[in-house]
Design a protein. Structure first.
Length: 656
């Protein structure tokens, strides 16, 4: 219809004719985007046609007619409007609920329009509706200012209403409502179901980083400002949002809770029991422990929190599996999206953890099974792992492999045990110890006790100095280092590397470590099976201690393996090691240049066939998850692509 209108009018308007010719050669979605520009349509006098909204499989109606009905309903309570159900005109009833939701009903058709009550000619009534909506929605302060300006504008029109609705659609509460609706409608989920469509969601869930370069600075500045504003209006609602952010142990603001009336602290602890996300529960337990001396009622609150956390171990692992799956998907989304990929690694990880907690909370006890974790890894494993290793220069202390459900359960146990160190023995409740003792045994059975004392997922940032070890651990560390120096073997290297993970490398010992690693690598030669774990711990030590010499040793040995046994090396693991070694260099530009050259050389060493193909695909993942490195990867990717020249297109498609 619109094309016919355009053609008729264009006969006497050469300018419109040229515009029409250009439009007809564009995809339909791009046509719609261009035609939505009101200035353009007025300039060239492009005839308008009513926009139709789809209400159901068979029902449609004009957008402007719906807006007029909302406006009438806001005054009269209800309004009627004609819609098309198939080819039949049907009269529908429109009303606006107390929460501002617009409702349209006609026979079997019932459609909700979020925030329809904002469409009102009276600015005062719009403001009232907005106040009611914001009572149940969370917005970042900048989004709040934009929304207020739109709704209070004297020129408020259809496009302003749409923009206001888009801002409100990015709230965490809207995401939860959408996810729960999907859960009711289907049993099988897609990746997009777990991720927000509107990138502003991430700012509303946390706060946008502005100047802070570290998590600690961010917690003290941008996030604190948002929290303070939210607490001033509704403390309980603010706590519910804040508790989603307890994935960062440091983000629990204990100084706030210690200065509050203990009745309020108890109320917050009780509120946490309504939620399923395990970081909220362990964070609330930490609050109870820090305030225990001031109110003994917190003993029972702590008991109930520990029971909900650990009494049902299958439930604990399921919630950790959902968290881990969504964290993986969120990490990849944040590192690949143009709006968020350039933000600091600490913020992306903190936001991914907060969103993962939101999804766990949204599902409650009826969430997906543990299999969701394997599904997410299958979907995004390579992108996820490479994105985390690409951040190792700034955030080397946490490894992507530590996201599995058992590791998260161990982390929660470790946090509970760590906070108890602050409680004097005389005040430590026996009931808490009785509950945690069997949990420790369970974590030991899972083989995860070491993970309970390693950095959490938001504690990956490089530290200026690590705290001193206890005397017993320090002696163990010194012994393992002495044994490695005296007689380097793969077993002694692995033992020593485990200690480095906990304490960092010994000061002024980089040359001795490099010499020991060099002797081990010389002894094992090109034995691929033994080289794997040796290179993994060596590159790990290199990035943690910023030891470029050690990183070079690992990179050189990777090339030797590719030259000697190209069909036996793990292509993806080799790429990960190269990326990790590059992160050891403090000079980011030099690091990228060195990595690009090494990958070009590695690609040239691989034989034609599957190995080259796997590298080409892995390099594509790396390019998409590291925008700064992407321009440098072209040669390596092309060399790998040449190595696939003799493969059939059908074979290549199986890998991509």
């Amino acid at each position: 219809m619109r094309r016919a209108q355009m053609a008729s009018k264009a006969a006497d308007n050469p300018a419109l004719l040229r515009v029409l010719f250009a439009l007809l050669n564009l995809p339909s979605d791009l046509q719609s985007s261009i035609l939505s520009d009101q200035q353009l349509t007025r300039q060239f006098e492009i005839p308008a046609t009513p926009r139709r909204l789809k209400l159901s499989d068979t029902g449609t109606m004009e957008r402007d007619a719906l807006f007029a009905a909302f406006q009438s309903a806001s005054v009269e309570g209800t309004a009627t409007v004609d819609i098309l159900d198939g080819k039949n005109v049907v009269q529908a009833t429109v009303r606006v609920d107390e929460d501002g939701t617009g409702i349209l009903e006609a026979g079997n058709i019932r459609t909700k329009f979020a925030h329809g009550g904002l469409w009102n000619a009276d600015a005062g009534k719009r403001a009232q509706v907005l106040t009611r909506i914001l009572g149940t929605r969370t917005l970042f302060s900048e989004s709040m200012r934009k929304l207020s300006a739109l709704v209070n504008s004297s020129q408020f029109g259809p496009e302003d209403f749409i923009k206001a609705a888009e801002i409100l659609s990015a709230t965490p509460e809207e995401f939860v409502l959408q996810l729960r609706r999907l859960a009711e409608q289907k049993s099988e989920f897609h990746e997009a179901d777990f991720l927000p469509a509107n990138p502003t969601h991430w700012d509303n869930l946390t706060a946008a980083p502005i100047t802070s370069q570290t998590l600690r600075a961010y917690l003290d500045n941008e996030l604190r400002a948002e929290r303070t504003e939210r607490f001033s209006s509704d403390a309980m609602a603010a706590f519910e949002l804040m508790s989603l952010q307890f994935g960062a142990q440091e983000s629990v603001p204990h100084e706030w809770f210690e200065g509050m009336p203990k009745d309020d602290v108890l109320a917050f602890a009780d509120a946490a029991l309504n939620f399923e996300d395990h970081f909220c529960l362990v964070g609330a337990f930490e609050i109870c422990a820090r305030n225990l001396a001031a109110d003994s009622r917190l003993i029972d609150a702590g008991n109930r929190l520990l029971d909900k956390l650990f009494s049902d171990r299958a439930r604990m692992l399921r919630r950790c599996a959902v968290f881990g799956a969504v964290f993986i998907l969120s990490t990849v989304r944040l590192v690949m999206h143009a709006r968020t990929r350039d933000r600091p690694a600490y913020w992306r990880r903190f936001s991914a953890a907060t969103h993962a907690s939101l999804v766990v909370r949204a599902f409650g006890e009826a969430g997906p099974s543990e299999e969701i974790f394997d599904w997410a890894m299958k979907m995004r494993q390579d992108y996820y792992i490479l994105s985390v290793y690409a951040d190792m220069g700034a955030s080397p202390r946490w490894q992507p492999e530590w996201i599995e459900p058992e590791s998260l359960a161990a982390d929660a146990y470790g946090r509970a045990m760590q906070i108890l160190q602050l409680v004097p023995d005389a005040q430590l409740p026996a009931s808490w110890a009785e509950r945690l003792m069997p949990v420790g045994e369970w974590i030991g059975e899972l083989g995860m006790l070491r993970r309970a004392f390693l950095p959490s997922l938001t504690q990956g940032e490089r530290l200026a100095g690590l705290p001193p070890l206890a005397a017993e651990l320090q002696n163990h560390f010194d012994d393992s280092f002495r044994e490695l120096r005296e007689s380097p073997t793969p077993e002694r290297l692995l033992k020593f590397a485990n200690m480095v993970e906990l304490s960092g490398g010994p000061p002024n010992a980089s040359e001795q470590i490099a010499m020991a690693v060099q002797r081990v690598l010389a002894d094992i030669g090109t034995d691929v099976e033994v080289s794997g774990p040796v290179l993994a711990v060596s590159s790990r030590m290199a990035v943690v201690s910023r030891d470029v010499r050690l990183a070079n040793l690992v990179a050189d040995h990777l090339a030797q393996l590719a030259l000697a046994s190209p069909d036996n090396v793990s292509i993806f693991n080799s790429l990960v090691r190269y990326v990790e070694c590059a992160a050891a260099d403090v000079d980011a530009a030099r690091s990228r240049e060195q990595l690009a050259r090494r990958l070009e050389n590695f690609a040239g060493l691989l034989p034609v066939g599957n190995a080259s193909l796997r590298l080409m695909i892995a390099l594509r993942c790396l390019r998409r998850t590291n925008i700064a490195l992407a321009p440098s990867l072209g040669r390596a990717e092309n060399i790998a692509k040449l190595g696939t020249a003799q493969m059939a297109v059908r074979d290549i498609s199986e890998f991509d």
